[in-house]
Design a protein around this ligand. Structure first.
Ligand code: EZ4
Ligand code: CO
Length: 402
C-alpha cells in the first residue's frame, strides 16, 4: 500500500483566488485537487487543513471510493458546498495519483474516450446590442461552436454576465458590490437581443443564455416561451432550484431546454429534477459536487432519464478542476456540453499543462493523471485577496437572487 504522507492546502491569487490541495504519498507520488469556492475560499481551506488533512495521513491513497464514503459519511453533517468542495479536492487528488501510478490519463481509468473531443461553449457579452454582436463575431472567429450571450439591460446597473475586459469576473470587490435588478426590464429586453443574434449570425451554432436565478417559475415560463423561435441550446437557471418542483410549471409551458445545477453540490439536490425529467442538462461541477467519484454517479443517474451533462466551468474553478471535468466529459455516454471561460493570463504561470483547445473542442492531456502541474514557488508570490460575489437588489431596495 502507498499511504498518504502529507496533505497541504495552498492558496494563491494569480489575478483571482484559487485553493489547491496537494496530497503526497510515502512513495513520493503527488496528486492535485481543486478546492476553490468563489467568495468563500478560506472556509474550504480551513475545512481541509483543520478537519480533513489530519484524517488522511497513513490512509491508502489507492482506495478512492472508500475515502469518499469515509469523508462523506464520517462527517455526520450532510452535504453543502463547503463540505462537497473539500471532499472533491481529496477525490481529484487521489484520481490524479491513481493515474500517475497507472501511467494513464484519468479519462482512460473512467472507461476511455466515448468521443473525439469535448464540445465547449464560451461567453460573449456586451454593454449594448452592438458590442454583444462584436463580441460574438470575435468568439466565432476563435472557432467556438457554442456561445453564451449576455447583454447589459438598459436601466439595470451591473447586469449579470457582462465582461469588463477579456473575462467576466463577478467576484471583483473586497466587499460585495450591490447591483440593481428589474425583472420587467430584463423580460422586455433579453428576448429582443437574443432574436437579433439569430438575425445577424443565423442558426448554425449553439446559442445559450444564463438567466442566473432571477425569475419566478411563471416568469421563467413566459421567458422560455418568448425565445422559442431563437432555438436556445438552453436557458440556464431560469429560477432558483431550492424547490425542485418549480420546474414542473416551467416545463408545462415551454419547449426551451433547461440547464440547472451550478450552485448545487450533490446527487440528492437534482434527484427530482432528473427523475421527473424537469430539466435537460445538469450543471453540477466536479469541483463543487464531490469530485469525479460523485459526478460519475450523477451522470449515470441522469443517463437513465436522457438528461445530459453541461458542467459549470467558470474561471473560478481552477485548471485542476477544469482538467478533471474534461477527463469525465470525455468518458461519459451522456455528455452534452462543457462551459469553458478560460483564465486571466497570469493563471498559466501557476498551473501548467491541461486540456488543449482546438476549433470549438477541448482535448484532455495525455499525461498520466489529471495532467496539471502546480508551480508552488510562483504561486507563493500571489497572496490571497478577499473578493466577494455581488448582491442584487430590486429597484425598491429589497434583496433579489444574484
Ligand atoms: O456566476 O461562477 O454560468 N456561469 C455562471 C458563473 C457564476 C460564477 C459564480 O462564482 O453563472 O459566472
Ligand atoms: Co450560470
Amino acid at each position: 500500500m502507498d499511504a498518504i504522507a502529507s496533505a497541504e492546502v495552498l492558496v494563491t491569487c494569480p489575478a483571482r483566488n484559487f485553493v489547491t490541495l496537494k496530497i503526497t504519498t510515502v512513495d513520493g507520488v503527488v496528486g492535485w485537487g481543486d478546492a476553490t469556492l468563489n467568495g468563500r475560499e478560506l472556509a474550504v481551506a480551513s475545512y481541509l487543513r483543520d478537519h480533513i488533512a489530519p484524517l488522511l495521513i497513513g490512509r491508502d491513497s489507492a482506495r478512492i471510493e472508500d475515502m469518499w464514503n469515509y469523508l462523506f459519511r464520517g462527517v455526520y453533517w450532510r452535504k453543502g458546498p463547503i463540505t462537497m468542495t473539500a471532499i472533491a479536492a481529496v477525490d481529484m487528488a487521489l484520481w490524479d495519483i491513481k493515474g500517475k501510478v497507472a501511467g494513464l490519463p484519468v479519462y482512460q481509468l473512467l472507461g476511455g474516450a466515448a468521443r473525439d473531443g469535448v464540445l465547449v461553449y464560451t461567453h460573449a457579452s456586451g454593454t449594448d446590442i452592438g458590442s454583444l454582436m462584436d463580441d460574438i463575431a470575435a468568439v466565432k472567429e476563435r472557432g467556438f461552436k457554442a456561445i453564451r450571450a449576455q447583454t447589459a439591460v438598459p436601466g439595470v446597473e451591473g447586469t449579470y454576465g457582462v465582461k469588463h475586459g477579456k473575462y467576466y469576473e463577478p467576484a471583483s470587490t473586497s466587499l460585495p458590490e450591490e447591483q440593481s435588478w428589474s425583472t420587467e426590464a430584463y423580460l422586455n429586453f433579453a428576448p429582443t437581443y437574443l432574436a437579433k443574434v439569430r438575425e445577424q449570425f443565423g442558426f448554425d451554432f449553439h446559442l445559450l443564455h444564463d438567466v442566473h436565478h432571477r425569475l419566478t417559475p411563471m416568469e421563467a415560463a413566459r421567458f422560455g416561451r418568448s425565445v422559442e423561435d431563437v432555438k436556445l441550446f438552453w436557458m440556464e437557471d431560469p429560477t432558483p432550484a431550492d424547490n425542485q418542483e418549480s420546474f414542473r410549471l416551467i416545463r408545462s409551458h415551454t419547449t426551451t431546454p433547461v440547464a440547472v445545477g451550478e450552485v448545487l453540490s450533490s446527487i440528492w439536490d437534482i434527484q427530482h429534477l432528473v427523475s421527473e425529467q424537469l430539466i435537460d442538462y445538469i450543471r453540477l461541477s466536479v469541483t463543487h459536487a464531490g469530485g469525479i467519484t460523485h459526478m460519475k454517479k450523477v451522470f449515470s443517474f441522469a443517463e437513465l432519464y436522457q438528461v445530459r451533462s453541461g458542467s459549470h466551468g467558470p474561471s473560478d474553478i481552477s485548471p485542476v478542476g477544469q482538467a478533471a471535468a474534461i477527463h469525465l466529459d470525455m468518458a461519459i455516454p451522456n455528455f452534452g456540453i462543457q462551459e469553458y471561460m478560460g483564465y486571466p493570463d497570469l493563471v498559466a504561470d501557476v498551473f501548467h499543462g491541461g486540456p488543449t483547445y482546438e476549433d470549438g473542442y477541448l482535448h484532455p492531456s495525455e499525461v498520466p493523471g489529471l495532467g496539471i502541474d502546480y508551480d508552488e514557488e510562483v504561486a507563493a508570490k500571489f497572496e490571497y485577496a478577499p473578493k466577494y460575489l455581488p448582491v442584487a437588489r430590486r429597484l425598491d431596495g429589497s434583496v433579489h437572487d444574484w
